[in-house]
Design a protein around this ligand. Structure first.
Ligand code: ADP
Length: 248
């Protein structure tokens, strides 16, 4: 979040944002499932100008052995930005930011992954951000949810994620890069299908009323994302009725 140039208007008098969206609209999302042949589950997701690739491996024996849990699988989440994913080259390797994002994203999934079914194993979620345009942690969580389902990892439900923010004094859904740069606040959220929040972060300043309004917008955004996720999974896993009757 940096100082906004004086002549830059992020929301017009007609309520339109720089990319033509209204305050309550998410960017267009495209999802491909099962794109990596060596991963147990995978997903490629585009959300606006964000491009994210996720590979899920496991449950497989956890190494090193001392990392194993006797009563459950350990869940590992690694968020990584490709050096070419941002305008100025991103420095390769882990950073404070990527370590923090990996931690909170793992925690966003822990309530739904049924890790107790797979003691001594590891479930690895590898996220590669190929192109970044704000909202990469939320995009990566949406993609990871699909990749986990593709890997057949038992989950109590999908996780969906979306941010709201404050731009030109208005509460808006799903910030793009310009809005993230010059906006007043960014508030990423992840939730279960039942609307239980599993990730919440805040950058900037918001009043309690603004947070309440933003969370309503996020709920709407997450519902739309869940429908996209479910449609992709249904397309891959639903067996047409004719095929079942032919087999029996
Ligand atoms: P998120 O991508 O989840 O919104 P941030 O708010 O930290 O996470 O980052 C916002 C955006 O800033 C990113 O999506 C990316 O476009 C840009 N960005 C993040 N880290 C870097 C970096 N090291 N170099 C250049 N741009 C970056």
């Amino acid at each position: 979040m940096s100082n906004k140039p004086e002549n830059l208007t992020l929301i017009t008098d007609d309520g339109l944002r720089l990319d033509g969206r209204r305050a309550d609209e998410i960017r267009p999302m495209k999802i491909e499932i099962g794109v990596l042949s060596r991963a147990d589950g995978s997903c490629y997701l585009e959300w606006g100008r964000n491009k994210i690739l996720v590979g899920v491996f496991g449950p497989r024996e956890a190494h090193p052995r001392r990392s194993q849990r006797a009563d459950a699988a350990v869940i590992r989440y690694r968020y990584n930005m490709a050096s070419f994913s941002v305008e100025d080259r991103a420095r390769p390797g882990p950073s404070r930011r990527s370590i923090e994002i990996s931690k909170v994203s793992r925690e966003a999934f822990e309530p739904v992954i049924m890790a107790e079914l797979f003691p001594k194993t590891a479930i690895d979620i590898f996220v590669e951000v190929l192109q970044a345009d704000a909202g990469t942690r939320t995009a990566a969580i949406n993609a990871s949810s699909i990749a986990l389902a593709d890997a057949g990892i038992p989950m109590k439900g999908l996780i969906t994620s979306c941010a709201f923010g404050k731009v030109d004094g208005q509460i808006v859904l799903d910030l793009n890069k310009e809005e993230d740069n010059y906006g007043e606040a960014d508030f990423p959220v992840a939730m279960t299908q039942d609307g239980e929040i599993t990730l919440i972060q805040m950058d900037g300043h918001l009043t309690p009323e603004e947070i309440k309004k933003g969370l309503e917008l996020v709920k709407k955004g997450c519902k739309e994302i869940l429908e996209i996720q479910q449609a992709v999974l249904r397309k891959k896993f639903e067996t047409p009725v004719e095929e079942i009757s032919e087999e029996t």
